[in-house]
Write a protein that binds this ligand. Sequence first.
Ligand SMILES: [Fe+2]
Ligand SMILES: [Fe+2]
Length: 393
Amino acid sequence: MSALSPTALKADKRTYKRLEINLRRNRQQDHTALLDQAASAFDYSACRDVPWNPERFSLLWGTPFWDQASASERVLLNQLYWVAYYADIISAEIATIYFNQTSAAALYGIDDFRLVCDTLDLESSQERAHINAFKTVGEAVEAELFGERVFTYSMRGPFAETVIFTDTNQLREKAKRMLLRTFGVLSAQNAFVGCQYFLIRGLRTLLGKIVQHQLSTFHAEQADPEQSPIPSQISFFHFQDESFHFNSSTIISHDVVKCLPPPSRLEAWVMNETVKGAQKDLRPFSVVGDGLNWHGPRTLGVVHKVLTSRVFGLSSREAVEMMRRCYGEESDGLHQAAETHRTAIASYRKYLDGIDWLTESNRQVTLAADNDIPRVLAANRRALDRFAAEVAT
Ligand SMILES: [Fe+2]
Ligand SMILES: [Fe+2]
C-alpha cells in the first residue's frame, strides 16, 4: 500500500470511530481520581460492621461453615471475599499492564495505530489506580484482623500465576513463567500476537464482568450510595473503568485484527497455546468464593489460617473437621460456584465464536469445561487427607 493511501485501520471507518468514541468516553469518565480518593479515605473502623458485597459474595457462602456462622461472622466473611477477590484481580492487572505495553510496542509499528496505543496507555494507568485501591483496603483489613498477610501479597512482577490459587505445582509454575516471558517478547514484535493478546484480555474480563457487575450493583442500589462503604464504592468505580477496557479488548481482538494479514501457522499456533492457557486458568472452581477460579486443594492452608485466626477462633482440629464438610460435601455454595463456572464457559464460547484460526478445542472451551462437582469433591477429599496429616504433625 502506498504511504499516501489510507491505511487499513483508517479505511475501516466504523472500527476507527468506535475506538475514538471508546477512548474519548473513558477519558471523560476516568475514575482514577475517585479511586485514589476512596483509597486514601479508607478507614476500616468506619465500615467494619456492614457487608460490602451482595450476600452471596462471601467467603465460604452456602457451606456448613456459613450456615452456622453468626451475623457478625457472616459480615466478616463478606468482607474477606472482597479482599480475596481483589487480591486475585491485582495479579491479573499487574500482568495486564505489562502486556498492554508489549502489545502496544508491536502495534505502534503500524501506521495510524497511535489511537490504539493511547487507549492502552490510559488503561494501564487506570489499572495502577485499581491495584492501589484494592491493595490499600486488603492490606488494612488483613493487618487489623489477622496481623499478617492471608490473601494479599507484596507487589510483584507480571510473570507470576495470574490466578493466585490455580491448579499448579512448582514445575508448572516455572514453565508458566517462561511462557509468559516468551509471550511478552513475541507480543512486542509481532502485530498479530500483540493484537490477539486482547482476545485473552477480553476473555479474562468476561468472568470478571459476571462477578463485578453484581459487586458494583451493591453500591448503586444503596439508599444513599454516597454513604455506601468505601470498598463497595471501589467495586463500582472499578467496574465503570473496566467496561471501557472490555470494549477496547473486543474492538481490537475482533475488528482491528481484520486490518492485519491473516496469521501464519506459527502465529496461529502461539495464540492457540495462549488461549489454551486461559482455558486452564478458567477450569477450577471451589466453595471458597463464587466466581473465583481457585483450585480447592491449593486454598486449604489459607482457609485453615482464616478459621483458626483470632476472629473465628477454631482450633486446628475443629478447622480441619469443618473444612472436610465444606470442601468434601455438596453444598449450595458448591452448586453456585459450579453454576457460575458454566455461565463463564458459555460466555467464553460466545466470545470466541467465529474466530477462524482457533482450534476446535479452544473454540468449544473443552479444557475448561472438563470439570464438575464430583471431580472437585474427589480432588478436595484427597488433598484434605494429606492436609489433615500435615497439620496434625
Ligand atoms: Fe482494573
Ligand atoms: Fe482493566
